[in-house]
Design a binder for this molecule. Structure first.
Ligand code: HEM
Ligand SMILES: [Cu+2]
Length: 593
């Protein structure tokens, strides 16, 4: 450990710190700049994915074939004569492409770049007390390979036939045989882009794991790590082990599409279920890649703004490990309807339900942290509390889906869409918002505006529940997901007003995000200057100046004397006790009496 630190210290001393614009902002090897690059990518992805979601909602509320249908306002001239959206009218092929790309972009180019790419990079060295990642050049490469992947994915909108349209799960044979969707290059590019993204994530996760194992500051033992670092460590392991499975499956799919093999196409003796097994063996851990970092963020933010130690630190760390471990044996719950034997289905049902145990441990510990706290309702805190409460709803609907008899009824309905969004929006996105508001002062040296932050939160919280809560009802009513025009089914006609109602909620949700954009850029240039430790937090990143210079800590690296959550400690007069602060032994002894 100390050898690795000495090595990096020596290199940092040797590298000249005056670097040109390109080395500082574009081809940077500094983890903080790479984090900001991932943040930019992720926010762009969030915007793109959000616009696509609104197109999908527009179509569902006012179906183009229905009596009230019409072009999407403002898209007439944007789309020109694009066959997916001629004159602003969404076609069935366009609808398939939009929901496929919505989900793909949100997962791979919004949530992952923000939570894992940005906050992983930005926080790990600062919070463990290191000068940078273990492999800074590899780190830079992982961003540029990731950006290449994003460019390939976005480019697929401009190829003939449009982008991928087989759903983000890309089930074979729909995805394997181009005539089924009418998409050729778009689907090829989808596969290629995600293979490239797999390489980028592999580089990133190797870096995260190595850095956390080797480069912790003196005194930073495993159980003094902030929970957000635990969460990023666990996420990196999940990424390292799950993405290669997807990459291999994508390679096989690409062979089926371009080289005439039949891994997944039954027409040549292939096995579509093989795709489903490989996909969900990656796909289920993937949902934890999206949610575990948000759990870490929420733990840190709740403790800071309740001014209390996190309740059950060890249980929190071990329950994340437990959730991650269990995520490998439950993939079959996505395949209850695939003709699996009931005995096997039952075993997948039971193992899935066991995940409720560590999840409940986390939830009760978050509540225990809030209990009796001196709660400060700042914007990061509001978002963290929203994370916990919305995650509970998403977790509870998950228990229904995990029960095989119930799943047979709600499979492929809007109940599933409601569940997904309570987890990935209510969970990951509220976690990401909490992180952005909380660490913005450290990233940019300025505070975000609290009033705008709270208005943004109110719009998001109301818009989010307005949009996704009624989807449970649609789902139980039998409303299928991924359909172009619900009014074509008589039994869905009574639900049409609810579909329109949901779309109003989505428009409010979308409009609310403009407040975030304004606040973000306005604060970056004109916000109040942030001090070193504006939230009076304990963790090491707040020992560095805001924003931290190259090498993070001017002078020697901090030494760690205590855990990250010693708020309202009886040992000191202040209500916080930074990890790097050493108490004189006699003071501590005196206070203990
Ligand atoms: C503005 C907020 C959002 C809205 C209004 C929205 C809307 C929708 C709608 C209407 C669908 C169903 C499409 C269909 O089946 O026809 C959908 C699917 C989906 N969305 Fe979102 N979404 C939003 C945010 C997110 C976020 C942040 C994620 C993060 C990962 C996400 C991930 C997904 C996934 C995985 C699906 C499943 C797609 C499928 O069935 O193939 N969404 N979304
Ligand atoms: Cu799953």
């Amino acid at each position: 450990m100390s050898e690795a630190i000495t090595h990096v210290e020596a290199r940092h001393a040797a590298v000249p710190h005056e670097v040109g614009f390109i080395r500082q902002y574009i081809f940077s090897t500094d983890h903080k700049m790479i984090g900001k690059q991932f943040l930019t990518l992720g926010l762009l992805g969030l915007m793109m994915g959000g616009i696509l979601a609104l197109l999908v909602r527009w179509e569902l509320a006012w179906p183009a074939n229905g009596p009230t249908g019409g072009p999407v306002p403002g898209f007439g001239w944007v789309s020109m004569d694009n066959p997916l959206l001629p004159g602003g009218n969404i076609t069935p092929a366009g609808y398939n492409a939009f929901f496929t790309m919505h989900a793909t972009i949100m997962i791979f180019f919004a949530v992952m770049p923000i939570l894992v790419g940005c906050f992983g990079n930005f926080l790990i060295p600062l919070m463990i007390g290191a000068r940078d990642m273990a492999f800074p050049v590899l780190n830079m490469l992982s961003f540029w390979v990731g950006l290449t992947s994003a460019v390939l994915m976005f480019a697929s909108f401009f190829v003939e036939g449009g982008p991928a349209a087989a759903g983000w799960t890309s089930y074979a044979p729909l995805s394997a045989v181009p005539v089924y969707t009418g998409v050729t290059w778009g689907q090829h590019l989808w596969c290629i882009s995600l293979i490239v993204l797999g390489i980028s994530s592999l580089m990133g996760s190797i870096n995260y794991i190595t850095t956390i194992i080797n480069m912790r500051a003196p005194g930073m033992t495993w159980f003094r790590l902030p929970l957000v670092i635990w969460s990023l460590f666990i996420t990196a392991i999940l990424l390292l082990l799950s993405l290669p499975v997807l990459t291999s499956a994508l390679g096989m799919l690409l062979f089926d599409r371009m080289a005439g093999t039949h891994f997944f196409a039954p027409s040549g003796g292939g096995e579509p279920l093989l795709w489903q097994h490989l996909f969900w063996f990656f796909g289920h851990p993937e949902v934890y890649i999206l949610i575990v970092p948000a759990m870490g963020v929420a733990s840190d933010v709740l403790s800071v703004f309740a001014r209390k130690p996190i309740f059950g630190y060890h249980a929190m760390a071990f329950s994340m490990i437990g959730i991650a471990g269990l995520s490998w044996i439950v993939w079959g719950h996505h395949m209850f309807q695939s003709g699996m034997s009931p005995a096997l289905g039952t075993s997948f049902m039971l193992s899935t339900m066991v995940i409720a145990v560590p999840s409940a441990i986390k939830t009760f510990n978050w509540l225990g942290t809030l209990w009796g706290g001196n709660i400060l309702l700042t914007t990061p805190m509001l978002n963290a509390i929203a994370f916990v409460s919305m995650f509970v709803i998403g977790g509870l609907s998950g228990v229904f889906m995990a029960s095989t008899p119930v799943d047979i009824y709600i499979h492929d309905t809007y109940f599933i869409v409601a569940h997904i969004h309570y987890v990935v929006f209510g969970g990951s996105i509220f976690g990401a918002f909490a992180a952005i508001y909380y660490w913005f002062p450290k990233m940019f040296g300025r505070m975000m505006n609290e009033t705008l932050g709270k208005i943004h939160f109110a719009f998001t919280f109301i818009g989010f529940n307005w949009t996704f809560l009624p989807m449970h009802i649609l789902g139980v009513g039998g409303h299928m997901r991924r359909i172009y025009d619900p009014t074509q089914y008589d039994f869905l006609k009574p639900f049409q007003p609810m579909n329109t109602f949901i779309t109003y909620g989505a428009l409010i949700l979308g409009a609310g995000q403009l407040i975030l954009i304004v606040n973000f850029f306005w604060s970056m240039f004109a916000g109040k200057r942030a001090e070193k430790n504006p939230w009076h937090a304990n963790t090491l990143e707040w020992e560095a100046p805001s924003p931290p210079p190259h090498g993070n800590f001017p002078g020697p690296l901090p030494t760690v004397y205590r855990g990250p959550y010693e708020y309202s400690s009886p040992l000191v007069a202040e209500d916080y006790l930074p990890q790097a602060r050493r108490l004189e032994p006699q003071t501590a002894a005196a206070a203990a009496h």
